[in-house]
Ligand binder design. Structure first.
Ligand SMILES: Nc1ncnc2c1ncn2[C@@H]1O[C@H](COP(=O)(O)OP(=O)(O)OP(=O)(O)O)[C@@H](O)[C@H]1O
Ligand SMILES: [Mg+2]
Length: 283
């Protein structure tokens, strides 16, 4: 079985997509076969960060993006597979230039939340994605499957948490974010209690850290104290290179002349990727 991790925090813009992309590339560099899956919504951020969204977008505009990530939640998925055979899953997967494979988002994800809400049986409602990974992705033999989730709790989010059972929570250095990690821990405890599944906070990853400010240092210390087991070995500094590279459709691992902060960020992603795979494989 592949190691599975989902990035989640009930807050927008903390670096969920960026972290999935960069940890994925770091793992791939380290010799792991990696699949990234975007459940975060129709804007296709994960595919954009590898410059492979255009192809998907063209297919969507031509009404040709079928099957896609939203169809794997559907009752009809089994029928699609019967019809297309192995190609059904292959159709979903896009290759990137940076070693990782990727299943991009689709607009169908946006209506999926409401569709899932209509399924009466809670364990069916929340386990569709797990079923898909178990039956169709595990046989492909990836070492790691990293899932990007929306920055809010929807039925799609619960599917991702249920399937991955390991959460990566990127956090910024602020009071609101600190509160959100606390809320996340409570949420995960609730999921565990209600559904009798184990969801582990595998890594709290301090992101966009400006080490020159005293406040950042204080928040870092607080996170370390509050999450001694889950805290990432290294924080990711705030780096304009990360922002620019992402906008240009690549990771900072693809840069020829990385800045100092980008080199520091690369080093952090590499160390954290190793720690992450070790933590979730130990489960
Ligand atoms: N370490 C960093 N340094 C500088 N900019 C960063 C860093 N990490 C992420 N960013 C930038 O911050 C913005 C938000 O990051 P990202 O899209 O990964 O967050 P997110 O949690 O996925 O957001 P959303 O909730 O909207 O999906 C992006 O513009 C990204 O390039
Ligand atoms: Mg995102």
């Amino acid at each position: 079985m592949s190691a599975r991790v989902a990035s989640f925090l009930d807050k927008g813009g903390t670096g969920k997509t960026t972290s999935i992309a960069h940890l994925g590339v770091a793992l791939s560099e380290q010799g792991h076969d990696v699949l990234l899956i975007d459940l975060a919504g129709k804007q296709g951020d994960l595919a954009k960060s590898f410059g492979v969204w255009q192809g998907t977008q063209a297919a969507i505009e031509n009404d040709d993006a079928w099957p896609n990530i939203s169809t794997v939640f559907d009752d009809a998925w089994e029928t699609i597979v019967e019809k297309l055979g192995d190609e059904a899953v292959e159709e979903l997967i896009v290759q990137t230039d940076e070693g990782v494979d990727l299943i991009p988002a689709h607009p169908g994800l946006d209506t999926l939340d409401a569709e899932l809400a209509n399924i009466d049986d809670a364990s069916d409602r929340y386990s569709r994605f797990k079923q898909f990974l178990d039956d169709y992705i595990d046989p492909l033999g990836y070492d790691a499957v990293l899932i990007d989730l929306p920055g809010m709790t929807t039925n799609v989010t619960y599917n991702g948490l249920w399937a991955a059972q390991n959460v990566l929570a990127p956090v910024e250095m602020g009071p609101f974010e600190a509160e959100q990690v606390g809320a996340l821990r409570d949420d995960l405890a609730k999921v565990e209690a209600n559904f009798n599944i184990n969801v582990d906070l595998a890594m709290v990853l301090p992101n966009k850290v400006d080490s020159r400010t005293k406040l950042a240092g204080e928040y870092l210390d607080a996170y370390r104290e509050e999450y001694p087991r889950a805290i990432a070995p290294k924080y990711v500094p705030s780096s304009q290179d990360i922002r620019n590279a992402t906008e240009q459709g690549q990771s900072i691992f693809a840069l020829d002349n990385p800045s100092g902060t980008a080199r520091k960020a690369r080093d952090a992603y590499r160390t954290n990727a190793e720690a992450l795979i070790e933590r979730v494989s130990g489960n």
